[in-house]
Design a protein around this ligand. Structure first.
Ligand SMILES: [Zn+2]
Ligand SMILES: [Zn+2]
Length: 154
C-alpha cells in the first residue's frame, strides 16, 4: 500500500456559461494505491474550493466540493470491464482527469452567492439583493394604445 500527496493544477470549470476557478489554484489530493486480488486499487480524496460568479446576480460566489472516489485497474481486464479503469493508460493513472470528473460530479446545478439570492430584476437589471423592488406601474404598451383607438372607432 502506498499513500501519495499530490498537488494538481486543473483548468477552470465552465458551468452555465460561467467560469469557476480553483482557489487556491493548486488542489491538494490524497491518493492511496493498494492491491486487491490482482487489480490495483486507487483511492482519491480531495476537497476543492471553487470561486466564480453567482448564476443569478453575477456577484462573487464560492463553493466547496469534497469527495472521495475509488477505481480498480487490472491490466489484463478487457476495456469494458469494471476492473479496467478509464483513467489508466499505458500503466499511467491520469489523476488530473479523474479529479476533474470527481469534482464535476459533485457540483450543484446552480452556484449561487447565497441560497436565497434574489437575482437581477428582469425589467431593469438592477440587483434585487441590494435594491429589492417591483415594477408595478406599467407603462402602457403602445400596441395596446393602438388597439384602444380601434375599439373607439367600432
Ligand atoms: Zn447572487
Ligand atoms: Zn427593476
Amino acid at each position: 500500500m502506498r499513500d501519495e500527496g499530490l498537488e494538481l493544477e486543473l483548468e477552470p470549470f465552465v458551468l452555465g456559461g460561467q467560469r469557476y476557478e480553483l482557489s487556491p489554484p493548486l488542489l491538494p489530493v490524497a491518493l492511496r494505491i493498494s492491491q486487491a486480488s490482482g487489480a490495483a486499487v486507487f483511492e482519491l480524496r480531495l476537497r476543492a474550493h471553487l470561486t466564480g460568479p453567482c448564476m443569478r446576480c453575477l456577484a462573487f460566489a464560492e463553493i466547496e466540493s469534497g469527495a472521495s472516489a475509488r477505481e480498480f485497474h487490472d491490466p489484463d481486464a478487457p476495456p469494458a470491464d469494471g476492473l479496467h479503469s478509464d483513467y489508466v493508460s499505458d500503466g499511467h493513472l491520469d489523476v488530473a482527469a479523474w479529479a476533474r470528473d470527481v469534482i464535476a460530479l459533485e457540483l450543484p446545478d446552480q452556484i449561487l452567492c447565497r441560497p436565497d439570492c434574489a437575482g437581477l430584476c428582469p425589467v431593469c437589471g438592477k440587483d434585487l439583493n441590494v435594491e429589492p423592488h417591483e415594477h408595478t406601474e406599467r407603462e402602457p404598451d403602445p400596441r395596446w394604445a393602438a388597439l384602444g383607438e380601434l375599439r373607439d372607432q367600432l
